[in-house]
Write a new protein. Sequence first.
Length: 157
Amino acid sequence: MWSNITFVMKSKLNFQQQIIKLIAMKKSMILLSALFMFSMAFSQDMASVSGATPMNKSGIAFEAVSYDFGAISLNKPVSHKFTLTNNGNAPLIISRVATTCGCTASEYPKEAILPGKSAGIVITYNAASTGAFSKSATVYSNAADETVVLKIKGVVQ
């Protein structure tokens, strides 16, 4: 009988020691995770901190990212050209321009835009119903800011 009690006491002591080890491991993992996140938060390169375009990266800057057509006529397409400049130091490639609906179309340069050069993206809206409208087109490119949203709005009469 005493051997059974001794075994229970040893196994209970062993279990408590395992719990203490697990708690210590958990604290260590939390500390290591916190240190990792802290180091990642402060490991930004100077280009992203200063707002400059990183080396060998294209940049994209628009003169304006929204346009108000004002009052337009029903079933008469209207277009606006958004002018952009590659403000980076590598060729800018626009991979696609995604519009929000079938009533909005886009035309964009398929060739690379060299650093310092400008180009245009034409957004065309064909109103099928009357009333106010607000549409957007997302520009996808290899620029440091990979996406830019262009917005158009107006009122169809």
